[in-house]
Design a protein around this ligand. Structure first.
Ligand code: 5AD
Ligand code: SF4
Length: 503
């Protein structure tokens, strides 16, 4: 369950590939090995080749040796889509001969991949940029990528004249050209198109998680939720061809990845542009069929495009994970209409019923906004009653935050921050009770876990179940990272489980 004041916390809690667990920027050794410390026990080594999707290790090293272009530091704010965009940007830079470093001090190019979903996230970017004002005089090049870049555009040069590169999330395919201009000594480079119909595919992606690979299958968003900046910052919906997706999945499997997570703001609105015209559910099944793939995840699903064939795919193919993130935003049909969410409370509950009727349990998580303009106490209570009815496995909750260029900006946002805070706290308390009770019922059960963390404490490991529950467990085994093990649950808290390795 996640506090609405911190978008990073959302991503941290929801994603295995989170900021807290993300590998720090890679340190490349002569042996062609990237040292990656998951922030737990001792570092472990990952071959560089395993972190790239398409280029070979030798191609990258050739680039590094030949180019000597300099070093880059890349910091990411925001969602999983941003995390994955950063992986692609890092791959692009590596292939051009840049080397990734751990601190801005050690870098010649400092890049911030930014988030503007709520005001606080955007403010944070400007305060961070302020910290690097002097760096430019030391000859460093500073660049802003992502949603704040798209939203603020050239305004960034006015507010932070020490910035040289501004590239919005819909223009990443222009990055190679922009890098060429920067390398030629250009002081102000921008990429701010949103009318692109192309997707951001790179030849090289440096992947930050050695077992779970992220893959964007649909970019942008064609929905028009009245509170949301995404259609503006990420542009219109563009789906990637199923042939290119499946080719990449096969390459990932050959590189040793066993879990793939398909990404999109509305991932299930996927519309295959190739003559095969695969439905989203067919794509899920085709990805699961790739030899070597053991788990397929997908996020985020939009309720209006959540069709029965997706549930049937989950039912029929155990490799498709039994977890669906289905943001509801509000339990009140009137508020949903004002949010332009395209479904009513009842229609949403029909989707939930479809999942509850499935032949295997499906974990369901959601996003909720409290204090949307005009939300009455009664309408807020409708959201609380929806929590009771659905019994979510996890919840990401936010106080409404007015955003530029959104239709809801013109609605009167007169609710006091204290009242929004109170509603958020009530919602989170209620959800904590639900999660405590649900997790307590799992004690004694066994789950398959992909081990992704090793604790500093001896014999303690952590990983995720297919339903995306975090589990900390004890095992006497010497090496478990990246393996699938059976774990018996011995204890539970609202946000995680405790267990023992069951052999
Ligand atoms: N204010 C508050 N929360 C928002 N979200 C998106 N836009 C806003 C906003 N203006 C939340 C939604 C979305 C999640 C990623 O962020 O709940 O699902
Ligand atoms: Fe934003 Fe709505 Fe699109 Fe989600 S579906 S990204 S909330 S506009």
């Amino acid at each position: 369950m996640v506090d609405g004041d911190n978008i990073e916390a959302v991503c941290r809690a929801f994603s295995a590939h989170s900021r807290t667990r993300r590998c720090p920027p890679a340190r490349q050794s002569k042996a062609g090995v990237i040292n990656c410390d998951l922030g737990m026990s001792k570092p472990f080594d990952i071959e560089l080749e395993r972190l790239t999707s398409q280029a070979s290790y030798s191609e990258i090293v050739r680039g590094v040796a030949a180019g000597q272009r300099g070093t880059f530091f890349l910091e990411t704010f925001g969602c999983q889509m941003n995390d994955h965009d950063s992986e692609k940007v890092a791959g692009l830079l590596l292939s051009r001969g840049y080397q990734q470093v751990e601190t801005p001090e050690a870098a010649s190019l400092i890049l911030y991949n930014t988030c503007s979903i709520r005001e606080k996230a955007a403010q944070k970017v400007f305060s961070r940029l302020g910290e690097y004002r002097e760096k430019q005089s030391e000859g460093k090049v500073i660049g802003v990528l992502g949603c704040v870049a798209q939203q603020e555009g050239e305004e960034i040069f006015k507010r932070a004249p020490w910035v040289s590169l501004v590239c919005g999330s819909a223009s990443y395919r222009k990055l190679p050209d922009m890098l060429t201009q920067l390398e030629a000594g250009n002081q102000r480079v921008t990429g701010l198109d949103t009318d692109t119909d192309a997707t951001f595919e790179t030849e090289v992606t440096r992947r930050d998680n050695p077992w779970r690979a992220y893959l964007t299958i649909i970019e942008g968003c064609d929905k028009a939720c009245s509170y949301c900046v995404v259609p503006f910052t990420r542009g219109p919906e563009r789906s990637r061809g199923s042939d290119s997706i499946l080719k990449e999945v096969r390459q990932l499997a050959e590189l040793g990845y066993s879990e793939v997570q398909l990404l999109g703001q509305t991932v299930n609105s996927y519309a295959d542009p190739t003559p095969r015209k695969m439905r989203f559910s067919e794509l899920l099944l085709a990805v699961a069929d790739v030899q070597g793939i053991r788990r397929v995840r997908f996020t985020t699903s939009h309720p209006s495009d959540f069709t029965p064939d997706i549930v049937e795919a989950i039912e029929g193919q155990p490799k498709i994970c039994d977890h669906v993130h289905l943001p509801v935003q509000s339990g009140s049909t009137r508020v949903l209409r004002a949010m332009q969410r395209t479904y009513s409370r009842e229609e949403y509950l029909e989707k939930i019923a479809m999942m509850r009727d499935a032949n295997r349990p499906i974990a369901i998580t959601t996003d909720i906004i409290v204090g949307f303009p005009g939300e009455t106490e009664f309408e807020f209570e409708e959201t609380l009653s929806l929590l009771e009815e659905v019994q979510y496995d996890n919840l990401f909750s936010f106080k409404y935050s007015p955003r530029p260029n959104t239709p809801s900006l013109s609605m009167s946002d007169s609710m006091l921050e204290e009242e929004k805070g109170r509603r958020l706290a009530v919602l989170q308390d209620r959800q904590r009770e639900i999660q405590s009770a649900k997790n307590a019922r799992l004690v004694g059960k066994r789950f398959e876990v992909l081990v992704s963390g090793k604790s500093r404490r001896e014999n303690q490991w952590s990983g995720y179940t297919t339903s995306h529950r975090m589990i900390n467990f004890a095992s006497q085994e010497r090496e478990l990272l990246g393996t699938y093990v059976q774990v018996r649950v011995t204890g539970a808290s609202p946000n995680s489980l405790l267990g023992d390795h069951a052999v």
